[in-house]
Ligand binder design. Structure first.
Ligand code: UGA
Length: 436
């Protein structure tokens, strides 16, 4: 099938590449010429494991191409995915900014020729697919098309695997013809018996927000329980294991940490709160999860201060990991972007390392942060080390070497990577989350 993807951001690029890998002929369109030129050469603007190889392979095999030109990409396509960005509105009110979606609908409308399905892949408020439909109808009354919603559930760092082996595919469609097109797109997954759930368009749109909000609630829940564990002297790792074994609860997303970040949970929880307000409803649990998440970051700052004896002033802190999670270079809403500026403001010196995120960090962290080549350089003569992101290469650090090179052996593990008893044995003053 000929498929066109509008937007070569994270979602568009992964979707386009994986659909080409399925055997479809995919054209990815973006307005930014420089980006398209780089992509044509197989140069990827983001770090996502395996994506560069897959892009190069599908370009070579002739199933994937990149262009800025809609004039041929649209009329030839049976399915057109809109995968442009939906950032939080600049008004600061939590609403998703739909400017790019509306612009995409306007731009594709004049070129629609044969029957096609316009599929929203971006995370958009309920009702957006209908808006897209109205825009296209008014721009090109003769266009023969259906709209559909097909939310994505990819995790950064694991996106290709998530696309190729999804737990489920959700399609919001209203005509049999559109349903058939979507089934044909995902046919290669039938062999893996991955379920396709057909819903109304509105249900599909809301499903994405509900899934992300539920996971955000789960994380905030365990973070709060971790804090209770600290107060009581209980162990959150044992507790999470014990409750996670209950199939009704599930063991995933029960890892306490410095609060969730990234481009999805913070943005989508706020957007959901705004969407439901418009319908006169409330999602109090989601609001509470958002509040707990902010409080968790503030709590981490206090924890670090306490471990430094009450003051950050003049202290050198080694920070391991800056991105919002491992296997990405994404710094959007990373806990580091709240915690590090707060430490700098109180006079700390920060020496930071991240395997993939240092270039992005330089764009969003204060210029005083010093970047180093590896974890050991970050902790040299430091008064404390903070393990901020659980990259694999920080999971088996030479702790004896670290202990001997630090000025004060204070280890603050915000991801519960290390065993408290072992750290004590090694002579560290060790603090983690929700464990003694
Ligand atoms: C999330 C969802 O997991 C995807 O299903 C969804 O498609 C995506 O958002 C999206 O809407 O595009 P992502 O933001 O890439 O994916 O990352 P996650 O692995 O979900 O992690 C999000 C944040 O939660 C990270 O900061 C992570 O450190 C934190 N987290 C996750 C915890 O603190 N504890 C956990 O147990 C799990």
């Amino acid at each position: 099938m000929n498929i066109t993807i509008i937007g070569t951001g994270y979602v568009g690029l992964v979707t386009g590449t994986c659909l080409a890998e399925f055997g479809h002929h995919v054209t990815c369109v973006d307005k930014i010429e420089e980006k398209i030129n780089q992509l044509k050469k197989g140069k990827i603007p983001i770090y996502e494991p395996g994506l560069d190889t897959l892009v190069a392979k599908n370009i070579t095999e002739g199933r994937l191409c990149f262009t800025t030109d809609l004039t041929t990409a649209i009329p030839e396509a049976k399915a057109i995915f809109i995968a442009v960005g939906t950032p939080t509105s600049r008004r600061g009110d939590g609403y998703a900014d739909l400017t790019y979606i509306h612009a995409a609908a306007k731009e594709i409308a004049p070129y629609l020729d044969n029957y096609s399905v316009i599929i929203n892949k971006s995370t958009v408020p309920v009702g957006t697919a209908r808006q897209v439909e109205r825009i296209i109808q008014s721009e090109n009354p003769k266009a023969n098309f259906d709209v559909a919603s097909n939310p994505e559930f990819l995790r950064e760092g694991a996106a290709i695997n998530d696309f190729m082996r999804p737990d489920r595919i959700v399609i919001g469609v209203e005509s049999e013809e559109a349903k058939q097109v979507l089934h044909d797109i995902y046919k290669p997954l039938y062999l893996l018996e991955r379920p396709i759930i057909s819903t109304s368009i509105e249900t599909a749109e809301l499903t994405k927000y509900a899934a992300n909000a539920f996971l955000a609630v789960k994380i905030s829940f365990i973070n709060e329980i971790a804090n209770v564990c600290e107060a009581i002297g209980a162990d959150v790792a044992d507790l999470a294991k014990a409750i996670g074994m209950d199939g009704r609860i599930g063991s995933k997303f029960l890892h306490p940490g410095p609060g969730y970040g990234g481009s999805c949970f913070p943005k989508d929880t706020l957007a959901l709160m705004r969407i439901v307000q418009e319908y006169g409803e409330n999602v109090r649990i989601v609001s509470a999860a958002v509040e707990v998440n902010s409080a968790q970051k503030a709590r981490m700052i206090k924890k670090i201060r306490d471990m430094l004896g009450g003051s950050e002033s003049g202290k050198t802190i080694g920070v391991l990991g800056l991105t919002f999670k491992p296997e990405t270079d994404d710094m959007r809403d990373a806990p580091a972007t709240t915690i590090i500026p707060a430490l700098l403001e109180r006079g700390a010196k920060i020496r930071a390392h991240d395997p993939k995120g240092m270039e992005e960090s330089q764009k969003c962290l204060p210029p005083e942060v010093q970047y180093v080549k590896n974890a050991y350089e970050a902790v040299e003569n430091a008064d404390a080390v903070i393990l901020m992101t659980e990259w694999n290469q920080y999971r088996a650090l030479d702790l004896e070497k670290i202990h001997s090179t630090m000025r004060k052996a204070v280890f603050i593990d915000l991801r519960n990577v290390y065993e408290p008893a072992r750290m004590k044995e090694l002579g560290f003053e060790y603090s983690c989350i929700g464990r003694k």
